[in-house]
Design a protein around this ligand. Sequence first.
Ligand code: ACO
Length: 420
Amino acid sequence: MGTAKLTYDGKEYELPVVEGSEGEIAIDVRKLRAQTGLITLDSGYGSTGSCTSAITFINGEEGILRYRGYPIEEIAQNAKFSEVCYLLIYGERANKEELATFTDELTRHTLLHEDMKKFFEGYHPNSHPMAIMASMMSSMATYYPDSDADVDSNIIRLLAKAKTIAAFAYKKSIGQPFIYPQNDLSYPANFLRMMFAVPSEPYTVDPIIEQALNLLLILHADHEQNCSASTMRMVGSSEANLYASTSAAVCALWGPRHGGANQKVIEMLENILADGGDYRDFLNKVKNKEDGVRLMGFGHRVYKNFDPRAQLLKKAADRILDQMGVDDPLLNLAKEMEQAALSEPYFVERNLYPNVDFYSGIIYRAMGIPTEMFTVMFVLGRLPGWIAHWKEMREQPGVRIHRPRQVYTGANLRRWNDDK
Ligand code: ACO
């Protein structure tokens, strides 16, 4: 693929150039420091490839997203979430038998060890469910300490039990008894039942809501080297176990610049509505960067045209709310704000478009999922992606511990005894 030339201090260095399968080109700087004494500086990693990966392809300029080569639009229309989990983690679509075995395993491992239920007693009643998710993920390692010994079984355990933990976290927050998994249901239906059923009443999963959740989980399933997936790889690179790495990824997702944005979008829309619904004032604040206020659910590091997931979710929000007979003023407000923002030079010049989280919260609301659970829903969707990255990294030969360097800007040498 040729080389790139670097000239510094009168000397010329040749650096290898590598090309990915979709024509992405990168200068390989792995030997840069050894050869030149220089390092690269890229805080935020905007121009840094942290790895090679065969899981997800994004072309942010053209709004393309593919899992293992399959376009997100085709997957969203045709697949079940469990099929997507298999595809992401194992690289190929499961055949009939493989899918039957995988789905069966995913179903049979949904129960939590009875003693793990006791952990929930200790959390504060007002705990954010993301805090519970993160600590329960690492607590799994206390029950399955040798996760490196049988990786496939632990992958299944993690995927299967995460939704039980998520539903229990919600039940804990509203003081209702836990509902145990029912294993003749699909992944999304089983979760919905554990969330919304109560022991004294029959509960049937609404197929519209089940399908909506299937779509949301699929659209969140992977997004290459985002903050939480990179955290999963970073922690995993020290050979920390699967559960510890996942707990770290959950924490990374929690922040409002990442997965926490879905909660913040709804809070933003609710506040605007409570103030009379005039979003112009709010957009002006955003444009003037008053108090650092941002239009939540807008902007993306990679997408500079449109986020295909947001487009799918905007259409889905219309369809699902219509099917459910829900008329949510937040949906109309969101659409109006999107249109207004997209005609404002501030957003146009900076290529700021709605991201996956601009419309997801509106669908979750219609499904009856409380705002504080939105980011937990993101965890359930993103888990297969995190697992796929962790597994890919652990299987690649010669992966080194992730350990960036820095440009030190602090004090020069000073002597302790010289200071008064
Ligand atoms: N509202 C207002 N201005 C914004 C927004 C926004 N949502 N996003 C970016 N900008 C502005 C920045 O102020 C900056 O302006 P400047 O050039 O005048 O300084 C410019 O656009 C570039 O922004 P950066 O912060 O450098 O972009 P970066 O790629 O680092 O950040 C991020 C991406 C974190 C997603 C950002 O767009 C953001 O904060 N969005 C709102 C939160 C959000 O929706 N997060 C979810 C992302 S999708 C996901 O994780 C699932």
